[in-house]
Design a protein around this ligand. Structure first.
Ligand code: NAD
Ligand code: ZN
Length: 345
């Protein structure tokens, strides 16, 4: 089979290579990949930044966002059948630790990431743990089904705190920040203010239902907040989705007392925090890693079935055949895109 492999430990270093077609174990299913999507994580691996060089062992097949069809199942598999359209949870957990056995597997300390700590899904076939398979609704488009993983990040973060009748700040209008906007809207927020430094993405944010967008290169968020009608004390809920230290600081400066922050963006390790703002303003901070297994998957599927898919469709801006993966990575790296899809048919 053909696979996109990070061949060498250096920037770039991706190649389309021939790999043996995998055989599923007794507890795995064999999936014929239909579409995959490129994640920011894949870009970190491409760029070979400090995180990637610490985490990735080359050569390795990359990728973890996918939809495909089950073409074979191991003999102990009972939850999935041949012919079903599936995606999957990319975090494999130990199933033995305290969190796993008490219903909080997303908190497992032994979590292994597909396409990060082991071969991923950018290939014609993958042997995937049946336990992690999510059977898809065939009425939803393949493009949308290929981005369930990041949509799950958005859903998990956006629904971490009640936003009904609340004012919400989203810092970062990357694909995940953008996906959060229609979710927050449906959940009943009043003001939805979105910041970024990229005009293309801010325009998409507006089209998806942001009530105000702020290009923080040209305007101070604090000044914009002062001009918002009926909002006098700051944001009730903040969703950090940029991974930028200055965006994090903008958020701290504009939260209402008692405000709640859900932090998904991966901040630089040396990001400074004015802890006295957290303490004296009685803020709550929640770190978000991945998706809640499998609460997030049920909720996002229900949201898609009630029309969210139309909005997610708008966030998918580019589609390429897998053989043109180099072009797809270039577009994604430019920042002037939403989600970029690779077609494996
Ligand atoms: P992305 O990098 O495409 O989006 C980040 C956006 O933030 C970009 O549009 C960028 O222009 C914007 N930005 C940069 N500086 C800014 C600033 N000062 N103020 C406001 N916006 C600014 O990433 P994504 O795929 O949408 O993911 C969002 C974040 O979540 C990333 O940091 C990613 O690494 C992280 N992530 C975390 C998890 C997790 O499990 N915690 C999972 C997936 C992604
Ligand atoms: Zn565990």
């Amino acid at each position: 089979m053909k696979a996109i492999v990070k061949q060498t430990p250096e920037p770039g270093g991706l190649a389309l290579v021939q790999r043996p077609k995998p055989t599923p174990s007794d507890t795995q299913v064999l999936v014929k990949i239909k579409k995959t999507a490129i994640c920011g994580t894949d870009i970190h691996i491409y760029n070979w930044d400090a995180w990637a060089s610490k985490t990735i062992r080359t050569p390795q097949i990359i990728g973890h966002e996918f939809v495909g069809e089950v073409i074979d199942v191991g003999k102990h598999v009972t939850n999935v059948k041949v012919g079903q359209l599936v995606s999957g949870e990319g975090h494999i957990v130990c199933q033995k630790c305290r969190h796993c056995i008490t219903g909080h597997p997303h908190l497992c300390r032994q979590t292994v990431g597909i396409g990060v700590n082991m071969d991923g899904v950018f290939s014609e076939y993958i042997a995937f743990p049946a336990e992690n398979i999510w059977v898809c609704d065939e009425n939803i488009s393949l493009d949308v089904l290929s981005v369930l993983d990041p949509l799950g990040n958005a859903t998990h973060t956006a629904l971490s705190f009640n936003v009904l009748g609340e004012d919400v700040l989203i810092t970062g209008a990357g694909p995940i920040g953008l996906m959060s906007i229609p979710i927050i809207k449906r959940a009943g927020a009043r003001h939805i203010v979105v910041t970024d430094i990229n005009p293309t993405r801010l325009k998409m944010a507006k089209e998806l239902g942001a009530t105000t967008t702020v290009d923080v290169r040209h305007e101070k968020l604090q000044d914009v907040v002062k001009s918002l009608k009926s909002m006098t004390e700051g944001f009730d809920v903040g969703l950090e989705m940029s991974g930028s230290a200055s965006a994090f600081s903008d958020m701290l400066d504009t939260m209402a007392n008692g405000g709640k922050m859900a932090i998904l963006g991966i901040l630089p390790e040396d990001t400074l925090t004015n802890w006295n703002k957290v303490i004296f303003n009685s803020l709550t901070m929640k770190g978000i890693y991945g998706r809640q297994m499998y609460d997030t998957w049920y909720r996002m599927s229900a949201l898609l079935q009630s029309g969210l898919d139309n909005e997610i469709e708008k966030i998918i801006t580019h589609r390429y055949h897998y053989q043109d993966f180099a072009k797809a990575f270039e577009v994604m790296r430019s920042g002037d895109s939403g989600k970029v899809i690779l077609d494996w048919d």
